[in-house]
Design a protein around this ligand. Structure first.
Ligand code: PLP
Length: 380
């Protein structure tokens, strides 16, 4: 037997009490029992998003809400700034192109955060852009982008909105929707929300709703305005993912019990411990300047095949981490520490990494990475 540990940036492990909730008999989605669940879910989502707005819920992966964040607010031929610093930033531009929106791309080297000055330049050169699309946490490179700085610039512009993919940021570090004037914030269930894949969320500002009135792009299932009318009645327009929502209700209780401040502090510590652990092994961080606290991207050391690390650590040690995506394949690997993650997940990851690297002939002094991680985990 090899015991399995899931330490990839989505899907993430699910707490037992949430699994049990989702195993309960399903309820009918037009019955009062469901409306009660939805009422609590609405309140809990507002807490996690740090917003007074309603948070829309879709039965889809996160990309569904991303698509809707384009198709509901823009018009054919509109321009939109897309911060492309990884696979998910590129996705914003791909969605725009599919809908006939012209992306103004800001290409950021992988592993780096966007420079707010570059966004300002793009905004100044294209005063007609309707939206700025960015990731709070670019999962493919392990980078956190300076969302607040960008939001401060967009706030001044009456006809431009900022749209934040916070799919691995919400519930990991502080991205306060209302306080930062973020117009649209998108999230998904299988990352820090500690649920299986299948739910997407979106919070929308008044400024964005105004744009929605003029939008002429095609939409049917991901019609934000339709969902906004339903959610205030504790309903969704179409059949919701009832069991996932029952699980979400429990997740939101857990998150409230822990409290956002503690959640952020836990993730900060786990991320720091992971970073110190890999550095102590002589490995190099891929995003040392602006690392996301959701996931740590590490450069594959010279002379070792990147694919072998992720394969051996999974097949021989039962630990699933992630490799690099697209052009980063084989060049980096990524250790997640978000959602239902705690100290011994980091220890598991670093110790399995030590054994894997040793197996691949990389010089490892056993316990060196783990020791460095433990020091951070025990810091006052
Ligand atoms: C996981 C993720 C998504 C959504 O991917 P789905 O597979 O559609 O759930 C989008 N953006 C980021 C930053 C992510 O980490």
């Amino acid at each position: 037997m090899i015991k399995q540990y899931l330490l990839a940036p989505g899907p993430t492990p699910i707490p037992p009490r949430v699994l049990l909730k989702m195993a309960e008999p399903i309820v009918h989605h037009r019955a009062p029992a469901f409306e009660k669940i939805m009422e609590e879910v609405r309140e809990g989502l507002k807490y996690v998003f740090q917003t007074e707005r309603e948070v829309l819920v879709f039965a889809s992966s996160g990309t569904g809400a991303m698509e809707g964040a384009v198709s509901n607010f823009l018009k054919r031929g509109d321009k939109a700034i897309c911060v492309r610093g990884g696979k998910f930033g590129e996705r914003w531009a791909e969605i725009c192109e599919q809908f006939g929106v012209i992306p103004v791309n800001i290409d950021v080297p992988y592993g780096k955060a966007v420079d707010p000055a570059d966004v300002k330049k793009a905004l100044d050169e294209n005063p007609d852009v309707k939206a700025v699309y960015v990731q709070a946490s670019e999962t493919s490179t392990g980078v956190a982008h300076p969302v607040k700085e960008i939001a401060d610039m967009v706030k001044e512009r009456e006809n431009t909105i900022i749209v934040v993919d916070a799919i691995t940021a919400l519930g990991v570090f502080d991205v306060p929707t209302d306080a930062w004037n973020l117009d649209i914030v998108v999230a998904g269930s299988q990352k820090a929300f500690m649920l299986p894949p299948g739910l997407a969320f979106a919070a929308v500002s008044e400024k964005a709703w105004k744009l929605a009135e003029e939008s002429d792009l095609p939409k049917y299932y991901f019609d934000y305005r339709k969902e906004a009318k339903s959610i205030v009645k504790n309903q969704t327009a179409y059949t919701p993912a009832v069991s996932l929502l029952m699980g979400l209700c429990e997740v939101l209780r857990m998150m409230k019990e822990e409290g956002l401040e503690n959640i952020f502090a836990r993730h900060a510590r786990l991320a720091k411990a992971t970073r110190e652990g890999v550095k102590a092994l002589g490995l190099e961080l891929f995003a040392p300047d602006s690392p996301s606290n959701a996931v740590t991207a590490v450069k594959v050391p010279e002379g070792i095949e990147g694919g072998k690390i992720t394969k051996i650590i999974r097949d021989e040690y039962g630990v699933t981490i992630a490799g690099g995506q697209g052009s980063m394949k084989g060049k980096i690997f990524r250790i997640a520490h978000l959602g239902y993650a705690d100290k011994f997940d980091v220890i598991t990851a670093i110790s399995a990494l030590e054994m894997t690297l040793n197996r691949l002939g990389y010089p490892v002094e056993f316990g060196k990475g783990v020791g460095a991680a433990m020091k951070v985990l025990e810091e006052e």
